[in-house]
Design a protein around this ligand. Structure first.
Ligand code: GAL
Length: 846
């Protein structure tokens, strides 16, 4: 780079810094290396935090934790359906206050990436589209269709104008440095042919015309036209290259875990593999990584996509569903970010020199004109540790790992060596009891069919409900002559109901006959059961339940839901009796919903029954209500719904979402971080409810008499519902001793002298808590993970005493992992570890 141009850049940066961006026009541009902000190429670490998935009261804390975790950018989608619930009627209040969210990001000194979509996928209801959009005349989603393009442009402009009016683009001094249009359209584009291509290029031109002053991206869109940057999403993106050499390499979704569906397992992604993936991307020249999700949060209300996406959108993210730090994921990534940042001057200077260090090992070395040198040493071998020679020094590389050397000499980080503590979070009981239980039965025998709409045949559910409710009743009558022979032989017929999802409850003459459920992969349900009818008129009522509208797939707006038939009765004298085209009456939603009994103001619009809950246990279609006082403390709260079946819950009139305690089916074999990750690799929770706990935001509570209302579809025992607090009950450390004659990550450079830093276990409880006891300590060869540690064949007898003396009664402690600390070497020539689990508890001070 010429001296002149360096001087100009430095000057520009200096002026920007001095004046702030209000006074001068700041710019975000890019080149083949990186985004350029105020004349500076930047390596940027970003994280997805979706504003409606937490409460405004939580935002600042989450964003600050993200900053402390080494993030530069917060990414969010914009969720059209919450902002424009009916055409032209907008909502930017509360959880939907996008401007407040972005200003919180700005206040924290972070940048923002705004993914407007407006198609977002995101496991969000209908992929973010408002359901009314489906009913715009002549519309066809995400293709070269005028009504769709008009609506999409209208919403995109609305958001861009809102951002401009609040001066939120970086070009105006705001935090937004990047925006996205569409989302992973590439695959559809190919399927839709010319119409897809025309739509995609129209979208690109449309947004460039909005003149935001910051670049636009399209993810998974190989042919994104200039100046739009095409970007990568996935578990790994090191093989990705943008479509032009003058575009930077951006990873918009580095999946930190995966989402869950009711009835499925919970997916975990080992941080060693995630860190490996990110380091590999950066070493190959990537300059922007966004963790999807950094904080997943909660699908409150009926915002979950579907069908069957759980209310929790935890995602195994570095900040958990409740906004708490998940260790060791958060801490290990924080260390990674520090290491990458130390390499930034070299990384932005040019392309790497690649040096082979072995059959499966290589170095990527970056040099800057100012003399910086940074290196990434990779071992792709999935089983063997490698010992490599680089820059005249030996380095030990764990399998499937990358070491980072910001000065080309000292390893400051290795992706597979987790040096930070892990924590164990437990849902602890609170003293808060539920009181004044009352019930209200949907009482379907008394449903006024005349108020329903009646027609011949079976209709699509969403066409009728417009998604105003999850529930749609399909009711018909069957007349049984008294001479029917089945009446004399026990009185049973067979009913077969075919439904297109998502859940179905069948009632015969007001009694629940049974239920059937689809899955996310297969929404089709067949309900087949012997039913009992009596002579005369019999009522068959089918309650079809939508569990979140599809958020992914070509033209999913045309997919139908609900009981579409056939519905057939077998066993009458006439033979097969097809009810598909019979007269059906339709009723949208539940009585309790229409009377709004979940809200404080109108809950008395029905007669709640006090009295024995025992009698109401395991009854379907029952509303329950109770009160509770807010538990003390600051820990996040959740409802333990284990004793219930399936339904929805509200607190003080706000919906905390759908619940369902269906057990997780799957394979929960132990997982190891090596070898390419996929969601089925590391699963937990088999045989237990996919989601047992449901987040109750503290800010929704008042000190006393909080109203809990729930609607139970199947039956359960509400008296066992309890409020729990998410608490860090123990912290664990697990670190290998330093091995002589290797120069590895425990070394640090002070000036020119190299100093060996002995590894230490560092433990720290949450604020207000102290280490009350040591549950486990072993210097030797212990096995297991935090919460399940056990002694191995080698163990120093002094382990427990040494650790207890250093740690008990303190809020934090450090213990060196060395023979001298534990008296003598318990097993010479064996590589040992120190493994500790410490219990954190309230202290008299706390
Ligand atoms: C991506 C999509 C995201 C999200 C993710 C899975 O393909 O862009 O919105 O759905 O998959 O969590």
């Amino acid at each position: 780079m010429e001296i002149n141009s360096i001087f100009r850049r430095v000057l520009l940066f200096f002026i920007a810094f001095q004046l702030g961006c209000q006074q001068i026009s700041c710019t975000v541009t890019y080149d083949g290396k990186a985004l350029i902000i105020n004349g500076q190429r930047r390596i940027l670490i970003s994280g997805s935090i979706h504003y409606p998935r937490s409460t405004p009261e939580m935002w600042e804390d989450i964003i600050i934790k993200a900053k402390e975790g080494g993030l530069d950018v917060i990414e969010t989608y914009v969720f059209w359906n919450v902002h424009e619930p009916s055409p032209g009627i907008y909502n930017f209040e509360g959880r939907y206050n996008l401007v407040r969210f972005l200003k919180t990001v700005q206040k924290a000194g972070l940048y923002a990436h705004l993914r407007i979509g407006p198609y977002v996928c995101a496991e969000w209801n209908f992929g973010g589209f408002p359901v009314w959009l489906k009913y715009v005349s002549g519309i066809s989603f995400r293709t070269d269709n005028e009504p769709f393009k008009r609506a999409m442009q209208g919403f995109t402009e609305k958001i861009v104008n809102l951002m401009k009016s609040e001066k939120l683009f970086e070009s105006q001094g705001g935090p937004i440095i990047l925006s996205q249009i569409e989302n992973e359209y590439g695959a559809l584009d190919k399927k839709y042919g010319a119409a897809g291509y025309n739509y995609m290029t129209w979208a690109a031109q449309m947004v460039v015309g909005l003149r935001t002053g910051v670049p636009w991206i399209m993810c998974k869109q190989d042919d994104a036209p200039d100046p739009i940057i095409n970007t990568c999403n996935g578990f790994y993106c090191d093989a990705f290259k943008p479509n032009k050499p003058y575009k930077p390499t951006i990873w918009t979704e580095a999946w930190t875990g995966w989402f869950s569906e009711f009835g499925g397992v919970v997916h975990k992604r080992p941080v060693q593999d995630l860190a490996f993936a990110v380091a590999k991307f950066i070493q190959k020249g990537g300059s922007f990584v966004n963790y999807y999700m950094y904080h997943g949060g909660t699908n409150f209300g009926r915002t979950a996509g579907g069908p069957f996406i759980t209310t929790s959108y935890d995602y195994d993210a570095p900040l958990d569903e409740y906004g708490l730090i998940r260790q060791p994921k958060y801490g290990h990534l924080t260390e990674l970010h520090k290491a990458i940042k130390q390499c930034e001057p070299a990384l932005v200077s040019g392309d790497p020199t690649i040096i082979s260090l072995g059959a499966h090992q290589e170095a990527h070395v970056y040099y800057s004109t100012f003399g910086h040198c940074a290196a990434f040493l990779a071992n792709y071998d999935t089983t063997n540790t490698a010992r490599v020679l680089f820059n005249k020094m030996h380095h030990t590389l764990q399998p499937w790992s990358i070491s980072i050397l910001p000065d080309c000499r000292n390893v400051v980080f290795n992706t597979a060596k987790v040096g930070v503590q892990s924590t164990r979070m437990t849902m602890l009981p609170t003293s808060s009891e539920m009181f004044s239980w009352q019930t209200y039965s949907e009482d379907l025998t008394a449903r006024d069919e005349d108020s329903a709409f009646t027609t011949f045949g079976l209709l699509d559910q969403v066409n009728i409900t417009r998604d105003a409710s999850d529930y749609l009743w399909y009711t018909t009558r069957v007349n049984v002559g008294s001479s029917e022979s089945f009446l004399r032989s026990g009185g049973h017929l067979q009913l077969v109901v075919q439904s297109t999802g998502h859940a179905l409850h069948v009632f015969i003459n007001g009694q629940l006959s049974g239920s059937a459920f689809g899955t996310r992969e297969n929404r089709r349900i067949t309900y087949k059961k012997a039913i009992k009818l009596h002579p005369g008129s019999n009522k068959i009522s089918l309650l079809s339940v939508a569990m979140g509208l599809s958020n992914i797939g070509g033209h999913y707006e045309s997919w139908e839901t609900g009981v579409l038939g056939p519905v057939v009765l077998y066993g009458l004298d006439q033979g097969k009796h097809d009810l598909t085209h019979a007269k059906w009456s339709y009723q949208v939603g539940l009585k309790g919903e229409s009377k709004d009994i979940v809200s404080m103001n109108s809950m008395s619009s029905v007669e709640w029954v006090q009295g024995s809950l025992i009698a109401q246990k395991n009854q379907p279609l029952i509303w329950h209500k109770a009160y509770f006082n807010e538990p003390d403390g600051e820990e996040p709260l959740a409802l333990d719904m284990r004793s219930m079946g399936k339904g929805q819950v509200w607190i003080n009139g706000q919906s905390i979402g759908r619940y369902w305690t269906a057990s997780a089916n799957g394979d929960c074999q132990r997982c190891h971080y090596v070898v390419t990750y996929r969601p089925t690799k590391c699963q937990v929770g088999c045989g237990r409810p996919t989601q047992r706990w449901y987040h109750v935001p503290r800010s929704w509570l008042k000190p006393t008499a909080n109203l809990l209302v729930l609607f139970e579809e199947l039956g359960g025992d509400p008296t066992s519902i309890s409020l729990v607090k998410r608490s860090m009950t123990s912290v664990c450390g697990d670190i290998f001793e330093y091995r002589t004659n290797t120069t590895d990550w425990h070394t640090e450079s002070y000036g020119k002298t190299q100093v060996i830093r002995r590894p230490k276990i560092r433990l720290q409880c949450s604020p207000g808590l102290m280490i009350s006891s040591i549950k486990f300590a072993s210097f030797g060869t212990p096995v297991g993970t935090c919460g399940t540690f056990q002694r191995g064949t080698c163990h120093a007898d002094t382990s427990y005493d040494v650790v207890s003396k250093r740690c008990v009664g303190k809020d934090r402690c450090a213990v060196a992992v060395s023979n001298s600390n534990f008296g003598q070497d318990p097993c010479p020539k064996t590589l040992k570890r120190l493994t500790v689990e410490a219990i954190c508890a309230l202290t008299s001070k706390g």
